[in-house]
Unconditional design. Structure first.
Ligand SMILES: Cc1ncc(COP(=O)(O)O)c(C=O)c1O
Length: 445
């Protein structure tokens, strides 16, 4: 396929070379990047220009939840482009109105007003603003094992090492520990984690804290499923001290965790909820921050000091509406739960069979495998924020064998599109099974 009929198609190497010559790849020294050239995609697969097929076992960046190339969404995009490609954010459009109404229906409790952005980071930026304006306080609590985006405020909220290079960042952010402390140290109970959180709140001064932002199930930092009682306890502490609870559902939302939103597993109603990724399955960029009624009411007479040229972009809104229809029509969230059971079982089999598997976690189709060098000491196969020859070799094996997923530190992710079936899941796991023979060779005991 050509981008214009007069231009001949490029092969994979030409695409890579030209993209590297004129474009900057993120989070990388440019000499180290080795991108996969992608030409087309359908369902759970994508292909290089030469026709090599990959199973997309990370839904790209855990976001193409409905799968690639859905004709219903493509048609909605075409129709919206033909009717009204853009209207400025002071205008009211039908797709904006209908998307707001639909999100009010599927989000928890009395969250019923939405501010639309271009993506997840901007949703979090605006959530912080809303929280600060509403409470009149300025500090924001966030967790160390977290990622909230790369814009100035969102990266300051981020707990993981991607924050370090841009410090000092936005003032007023206080990081707290999570219930999970890494593969060697393990988990602590909800109660002790909450006790430490409350101590931090008291020491910081409750009246200075506007909000606590957290991923209900942490994504890139390890698919961390909170112990029962933790999120309920966070909700109670926030209520006790007048702190707003911001759930960052950018990655965990839209069926990824087997329910519309991860907070639904614990019946939590956050005060503010941010979303992006699965909202449009990434066919077109769109993010949103949803707010409970009392917060929306606050801005009835008070100005909301925030705006974006592409706020409520009609193309994004039309895409989100069509994507949500696909989740519903194809019962994809039920499928995520059903396939989630298979994912869990296959993960447990891997753990029984392979000495290098230290931990397997998943909820719905949100999963990870952590690898270790020793079952006794739980020494990870790559250090925190690092890599190792064995992890590099595993990533290479997956790539050569047509399995695309994220390999990070001592882990790799298992996050297929929600439309996956059992046969496809087994195919992916058979590649993983073979790949783990490489890492088993590194285990000392
Ligand atoms: C939990 C979470 N929040 C926020 C973001 C940032 O979203 P975006 O990259 O669309 O700005 C991400 C992206 O990976 C994320 O995983």
């Amino acid at each position: 396929m050509t981008i214009a009929t007069s231009v001949p198609a490029m092969n994979g190497q030409e695409i890579v070379d030209l993209a590297k010559k004129h474009t900057l790849f993120e989070w990388s020294a440019q000499s180290k990047v080795d991108p996969i050239p992608v030409a087309r995609a359908k369902g759970i697969y994508f292909w290089t220009p030469e026709g090599k097929r990959f199973i997309d076992f990370n839904s790209q960046l855990m976001s193409v939840n409905i799968g690639h190339g859905d004709e219903r969404v493509i048609q909605a995009i075409v129709e919206q482009a033909q009717t009204l490609a853009y209207a400025n954010p002071f205008m009211a459009t039908e797709v904006r109105a209908r998307l707001g109404e639909k999100l009010a229906e599927i989000t928890p409790g009395d969250i019923d007003t939405f501010f639309f952005t271009n993506g997840g980071a901007e949703a979090n930026e605006n959530a912080i603003k809303l929280a600060r304006f509403y409470t009149g306080r300025h500090k924001i609590l966030a967790r160390y094992r977290s990622y909230h985006g790369a814009t100035a405020g969102a990266i300051a909220l981020t707990g993981d090492p991607r924050r370090w290079a841009v410090e000092p960042g936005m003032p007023g952010v206080v990081h707290v520990l999570d219930p999970y402390h890494g593969i060697e140290r393990g988990w602590e109970s909800a109660d002790s984690s909450l006790a430490l959180l409350e101590e931090t709140v008291q020491l910081e001064g409750p009246n200075t804290i506007a909000a606590f932002i957290l991923e209900p199930v942490t994504g890139t930092n390890g698919i961390l499923i909170p112990p029962d009682g933790y999120l309920e306890g966070v909700r109670e502490l926030c209520d006790k001290y007048g702190i707003l609870m911001i759930a960052d559902e950018v990655m965990s939302g839209f069926g990824r965790a087997g329910k519309w939103f991860a907070v639904n597993h614990w019946n939590i109603i956050p005060d503010l909820m941010t979303m992006a990724k699965g909202l449009t399955a990434s066919y077109i960029p769109l993010g949103a921050v949803g707010m409970r009624q009392q917060i929306a009411h606050h801005f009835y007479n008070k100005v909301f000091y925030g705006g974006l040229t592409y706020n409520s972009h009609p193309m994004g809104c039309a895409t989100a509406l069509a994507t949500i229809r696909v989740y519903e029509e194809d019962r994809l969230i039920d499928n995520a739960r059903k396939m989630g059971v298979i994912l869990k079982n296959l993960g447990a089999e891997l753990q029984k069979k392979h000495r290098s598997v230290g931990a397997v976690r998943s909820i719905g189709l949100f999963g990870i495998v952590e690898l270790v060098r020793s079952q006794k000491t739980r020494e990870p196969l790559a250090l925190f924020n690092g890599t190792s020859d064995e992890m590099g070799a595993l990533g290479k094996f997956f790539r050569e064998n047509g399995l695309y997923t994220f390999v990070r530190w001592n882990s790799f992710f298992t996050n297929p599109p929600l439309c996956i079936n059992e046969e496809q899941m087994r195919e992916a796991f058979s590649i993983i099974d073979r790949g783990l023979e490489i890492t088993d060779g590194a285990v000392k005991d």
